[in-house]
Design a protein around this ligand. Structure first.
Ligand code: GRF
Length: 190
């Protein structure tokens, strides 16, 4: 199976996924799709020799050129890992139940527009929450609203800052995302 990762940022989750599947008989990360020139994830792709596709916003929103490219490359599964654009309906329809996302909080709380990166953790701490976590979910046309697949929790201590909470969350993400992607891929028809 061929996995495409969509990412906009540093790419630490992308790195974990690439490494997890590097020698897997089941699947391979075979494309990194990015919307941000200079993003760290592009360096990671280069490091592992994985082809990249840089997305133009107008093409992404108004055409299916890049979807044709995904199909031509025989992509079976799309994994969003810190991808900051909302996914348009034509992409969802092209990969039904085959696009998942990871969100650094316990949805449905702290989801939606503006809830990304450390803004999420700031909001969670400001609200006085004593726990946070990760949500892995299917992607539909509505931001952060697709069916949940897995949630894992971590404790927030009084000395936590958005930065330390981000570290805890990243650990959970790196631990769980590859495992869940593998589980879902193994359930796909051949
Ligand atoms: C992750 O925390 C993910 O949950 C969020 O963006 C972050 C991406 O981090 N949507 P990285 O680029 O994988 O390091």
């Amino acid at each position: 199976k061929q996995i495409a990762i969509f990412a906009s940022g540093a790419g630490s989750n992308a790195r974990q996924l690439i490494r997890h599947f590097q020698h897997s008989p089941l699947a391979r990360v075979s494309l990194i799709v990015c919307n941000k020139p200079g993003a760290g994830v592009l360096d990671i792709a280069a490091e592992y020799g994985i082809p990249t596709l840089l997305l133009d916003r107008q093409l992404f929103l108004n055409t299916d050129t890049y979807i044709k490219e995904l199909k031509a490359r025989h992509i079976d599964f799309v994994v969003l890992a810190g991808f900051l654009w909302k996914v348009p309906a034509n992409l969802v329809q092209a990969f039904p139940q085959r696009i998942i996302n990871i969100h650094p909080a316990l949805l449905p709380k702290y989801g939606g527009k503006g809830m990304y990166g450390n803004f999420v953790h700031e909001a969670v701490i400001a609200a006085g929450e004593t726990e946070s976590g990760i949500t892995i979910h299917y992607v539909n046309e509505f931001y952060d609203e697709g069916a949940p697949i897995l949630q894992e929790r971590c404790t927030i201590t009084p000395d936590d800052t958005p930065a330390t909470l981000a570290q805890k969350i990243h650990l959970l993400e790196h631990q769980w995302y590859p495992v869940i992607v593998e589980r879902l891929l193994s359930q796909l028809p051949q």
